[in-house]
Design a protein around this ligand. Structure first.
Ligand SMILES: Nc1ncnc2c1ncn2[C@@H]1O[C@H](COP(=O)(O)OP(=O)(O)OP(=O)(O)O)[C@@H](O)[C@H]1O
Ligand SMILES: [Mg+2]
Length: 260
């Protein structure tokens, strides 16, 4: 009972898993993020949408410890945290799939899942253990990959995305950030990745889904957060918001706080 840093008065809603508070980031004269707020809860998929250059990938990189914000706070469970490096993010339970995937073509599925975090046994790679966990992780996502020893170069774009998402689950993350996971995929492959995202939510994770595709977003997101020119421009309940109201927030036909 003692030592519970999460203890709060009865009746108060728990702090979000992740919160960004007034986060700003500039590149020279370019204001990529300006006082951005974002909250993500466990068991929740939050879609982050916005036009090209709206600041979505910059936000993902701040959460992933790739970029340090100029101002503002990152909180986990209501506590301010520092995320100075990708390994710090990993240690905090934050996993990210970037727009370019960053997988190794010449390595097989298992080697990609454990890249940089290889399991050892008696001074040798624990190949059997890593294979077993790779298979279990792919199964948990319902990913259809015939063999965990297939080189990445032989997989389809959709299967590669499955591998990239499975890779995030090594190390038991609490929050997964996916930057445009369906951008290069066919209809069938997209449906499969959306299923993976639902599985992540079912596993109790918080998910940030960055996407241009309104159909994808409305299919799996619980909430939709719009960025425009690096600023918050509306938050929508995915189940009730109209397509038009979300598009209006993205294009600037409506302003912050607008609701569908
Ligand atoms: N490393 C960088 N150096 C300079 N400017 C950058 C850098 N990264 C991003 N920017 C600028 O910051 C702004 C936001 O870029 P960001 O990549 O976050 O947008 P985005 O919403 O992810 O766009 P897209 O939908 O095209 O992926 C853009 O104007 C971009 O040119
Ligand atoms: Mg981007």
């Amino acid at each position: 009972m003692s030592g519970d840093a999460q203890a709060r008065p009865a009746g108060q809603t728990p702090a979000p898993l992740l919160a960004l508070r007034q986060v700003s980031k500039s590149f020279g004269a370019v204001e990529a993020l300006v006082a951005v707020d974002l909250e993500v809860h466990a068991h929740e998929v939050v879609a982050l949408v916005g036009d090209n250059g709206a600041g979505k990938s910059t936000l993902a990189k701040v959460v992933a410890g790739v970029l340090t914000p100029d101002a503002g706070l990152v909180e986990l469970d209501g506590e301010t945290v520092q995320v100075p490096t990708p390994s710090a993010a990993h240690a905090l339970g934050i996993a990210t799939v970037f727009q370019d995937l960053a997988l190794c073509e010449n390595l097989d599925v298992t080697a990609n899942l454990f890249l940089g975090r290889e399991r050892m046994a008696g001074g040798l790679l624990a190949e059997g253990e890593m294979e077993t966990q790779t298979r279990a992780t792919l199964d948990a996502l319902n990913a259809r990959i015939p063999s965990v020893r297939t080189p990445l170069a032989q997989l389809s774009a959709g299967q590669r995305q499955s591998v990239a998402i499975a890779r995030t689950l090594i190390g038991s993350p609490r929050l997964v950030v996916l930057d445009e996971p369906t951008a290069a995929l066919s209809v069938v492959q997209t449906a499969e990745v959306l299923m993976h995202i639902e599985r992540l939510r079912d596993l109790g994770l918080g998910v940030v889904l960055i996407s241009h595709n309104m159909n994808d977003v409305r299919a799996v997101a619980d909430r939709i957060v719009v960025l425009r020119h690096g600023r918050n421009n509306g938050t929508f309940d995915a189940a009730s918001a109209s397509y038009e109201s979300i598009i209006a927030a993205i294009t600037g036909a409506s302003h912050a706080g607008a609701r569908g």
